[in-house]
Write a new protein. Structure first.
Lengths: 266, 280
């Protein structure tokens, strides 16, 4: 296992923000296969954190626990001090953009408005809600695409629509699952730039399997491989990062069989 | 064509008018619900629900004959059977993620088998089962037209009212769940809408063929628009054209109306695909 001695623990060194997300002794298993073991994490509010780790190491599981889509087998997850199910309206979620049906007949605007689908018992969206969706699309720099069919967009544009959908409800915490996964490097850099603007007003937690270009953008790095450790980026020297990244690469190879079984049961 | 119009207006042949009305009325529900079926990819589930309807028809005819309930029509058994099948299949597909198709296939066949057993034991029943499987316009009465109109109204009102939620749940179930939407409830609601819609056209096209009328108009409409609401509008119009044209074509050549409607729809679907291929 990754006996990582450099744990920075729960040190919320920046600002007086209360922890946005708090995990205590959290364990989770899929059909008896442990994915997360005894995870303790305090993710400070207002910070831009990145979750990295090998595939099958538990990154997405961690995200789903924070979203309340999964319930921990042991331990406790608190978001803004409450169980995730109580604060759903305050969390924005952006899944990976590659999973959508390429024939689904929806426009960009339709997708953005889905971020408000829980607001009404039924009926139509109000003009105010449509304005909010337009503003969110504008903020993501794709306001001019709002009438286009969603499946016609490029990977990077789709990702921006999905982020707009998460932002339209004005959440306190934004969770992103691999926003750069189906995006080329230049577009990924532009996306990170936009996200850094968004990070000025909310907590962002982003999962990435490719940490190389992210470190200068985020303030916290959370390494997940069954266990989880949080590192303030400022305390990580280039050498240590390389060490950490190298260790991850080694662990990916080491855990290859685990990863396959996890996949089969997911 | 002239012959058909004469027959349509003939006071002694109301059954043709009733069939046309049932076709036109139910097209509204078929276009809207069919679009959900195609985009959410639940054709297999819809087909299973449709076949379970035979169980309900069998039960209604059996009870009518055995208990002398003369008011009991096949459609009174068809509706609860379709709804029950929708709920059972819906719960199976939500809970048992593995082997979902196996269980649905079994429910499909068991529903039909029960219907056939009940029909076999129904005294005095000697109409052929074919009528319910493949449709028969002679089964349609004036009362059915009113019943179809009422159910149609319910389906359309519910689908339009919950449109945004159903769209969000169909597009991205996981995200809808993170917004606190009761995803499972909306999924079951959608399956129940499908169930009621299927019952609307059981007499006209039959439980085996009904599935094509649910999917073909939406599939053709999907070639013309990339927005859900427009796909629905086009699918409604196409469904009206298919059912009317099918009845009109079947009459002069003395063909069964159900298969004629389905083949008409399939021909249009293929023609549209071919035209698109040629233009590209």
């Amino acid at each position: 296992m990754s006996a990582d001695a450099r744990t920075a623990g729960s040190g919320a060194s920046e600002g007086a923000h209360r922890p946005a997300v708090c995990l205590q002794n959290v364990s989770f298993a899929y059909n008896g296969h442990p994915v997360l073991r005894n995870v303790n994490l305090d993710i400070p509010g207002g910070a831009f954190s990145c979750v990295i780790g090998p595939n099958g190491g538990g990154k997405s599981t961690l995200l789903k626990l924070i979203l309340g889509l999964l319930t921990p087998a042991e331990g406790e997850v608190r978001v803004c001090g409450e169980p995730p199910a109580n604060v759903r309206g305050r969390i924005g979620y952006t899944p990976q953009s590659a999973q959508y049906d390429p024939q689904f007949p929806v426009s960009v605007m339709d997708v953005a408005l889905m971020g408000l689908a829980e607001r009404h018992w039924g009926g139509r969206y109000t003009p105010g809600e449509k304005d909010a969706a337009r503003r969110a699309l504008d903020e993501m720099g794709i306001g001019d695409l709002k009438r286009r069919p969603f499946p016609d967009l490029s990977g990077g544009q789709r990702q921006r629509v999905l982020i707009a959908r998460a932002l339209v409800s004005n959440p306190e915490i934004l969770l992103l699952d691999e926003p750069a996964a189906s995006v080329d490097l230049a577009a990924a850099k532009r996306l990170m730039h936009t996200l850094r603007e968004v990070a000025k007003r909310m907590t962002i937690i982003m999962v990435s399997h490719d940490p190389a270009f992210i470190f200068d953008m985020v303030s916290r790095v959370i390494c997940v491989n069954q266990h989880a450790h949080i590192h303030p980026t400022s305390e990580l020297t280039t050498e240590r990062l390389r060490e950490l990244y190298g260790e991850d690469v080694r662990l990916i190879r080491h855990d290859l069989s685990d990863q396959e079984t996890d996949h089969a049961h997911a | 064509m002239h012959e058909f119009l004469q027959a349509l207006l003939h006071p002694d042949i109301p059954v043709l008018r009733h069939a046309m009305l049932v076709g036109l009325l139910s097209s509204v529900a078929f276009g809207i619900v069919g679009t959900f079926v195609v985009t959410r990819r639940v054709t297999f589930i819809a087909a299973a629900i449709a076949h379970c309807v035979l169980g309900g028809i069998g039960a209604a005819l059996y009870l009518r004959a055995r208990l002398g309930l003369t008011w009991l029509e096949p459609i009174h058994g068809a509706l609860p059977a379709a709804l029950l099948a929708a709920v059972i299949i819906g719960l199976v597909s939500l809970r048992a993620k593995e082997r979902e198709d196996t269980v649905i296939g079994a429910v499909w066949a068991v529903g039909m088998a029960l219907g056939l057993l009940l029909l076999a034991k129904t005294p005095g029943y000697n109409k052929d089962t074919m009528s319910y499987l493949f449709g028969d316009i002679l089964l349609i009465t004036k009362r059915d037209v009113w019943l179809v109109a009422g159910l149609d109204l319910v389906v359309v009102a519910v689908a339009v009212f919950f449109y945004n939620k159903l769209l969000a749940v169909c597009f991205d179930e996981e995200f809808a769940r993170t917004r606190g939407l009761a995803v499972e409830r909306y999924y079951l609601l959608l399956l129940c809408l499908i169930a009621v819609t299927i019952v609307l056209l059981v007499y006209l096209v039959g439980i085996v063929l009904v599935i094509a009328l649910l999917t073909l108009p939406a599939a053709v409409a999907g070639q013309f628009s990339r927005r859900m609401a427009w796909v629905m509008v086009i699918a409604v119009l196409l469904c009206m054209v298919f059912s009317t044209a099918g009845i009109a074509l079947s009459y002069p050549y003395d063909l069964p109306s159900g298969p004629t409607i389905i083949v008409t729809g399939a021909a249009v679907y293929l023609a549209v695909l071919a035209a698109k291929r040629l233009r590209a």
